[in-house]
Design a protein around this ligand. Sequence first.
Ligand code: UDP
Length: 238
Amino acid sequence: APQKPAYRRVLLKVSGEALMGAAEYGISTEVVGRIAADIAAVVAMGVEVCLVIGGGNIFRGVSGAAAGMERASADYMGMLATVMNALAMQNALEKRGVQTRVQSAIPMASICEPYIRRRAMRHMEKGRVVIFAAGTGNPFFTTDTAAALRAVEMGCDALLKGTQVDGVYSADPRKVPDAMRYERLSYLDVLARDLAVMDASAISLARENGLPIVVFSIHAPGAFAEVMAGRGRFTVVA
Ligand code: UDP
């Protein structure tokens, strides 16, 4: 039965690696399609959704720097990678009848809109899914921080972090079988215990602005809608 969603407006952060599927690199159109279907279901519930997608499936600044590139240049390449992922997701969403706009923090006029906060807000009010590409537009940042920043700018009620597992655990549940999943954590718990939720600048920004972070599995089909309905398995950082 349809249920009133737990949140009115959310930002979903999907890491680039989540889009690879079984491959070691790049974009699986099958996986992107599945995640797009989950997003479409949440849009159909009446939730206003915006997205930040990472780029780690294509390029990471730190890897480029480790291979001898200047870090800032490598980071720009990483930001360009997020634009490719954004276009793949836009395509998959539109195929499912969801209206979208891509806005890039680095203007790319022939491909997408530039990031304009008030314009993005307007798109969301009209029910369009806004995909924020190119991270924050600045090197030395991550798409986690971009996600926290855009979520705060858009006045989102929560930042949804779609991960490999269904929440935050005391240890990696894929390696430690009796690792326990937390239901609720404070921002300071995450920072002090260095729990792998999002990087510290993202957590700090969320904390300063009272933005709850909901960690759930992006790989469990239908999990996004379950979490939006207040059910399912997840960890809340607040
Ligand atoms: N990046 C950046 N500034 C930003 C966001 C991203 O320089 O504001 C670069 C950085 O090099 C990063 C890459 O883009 O390694 C891909 O983003 P990220 O590693 O956050 O992607 P994810 O881990 O979510 O796939």
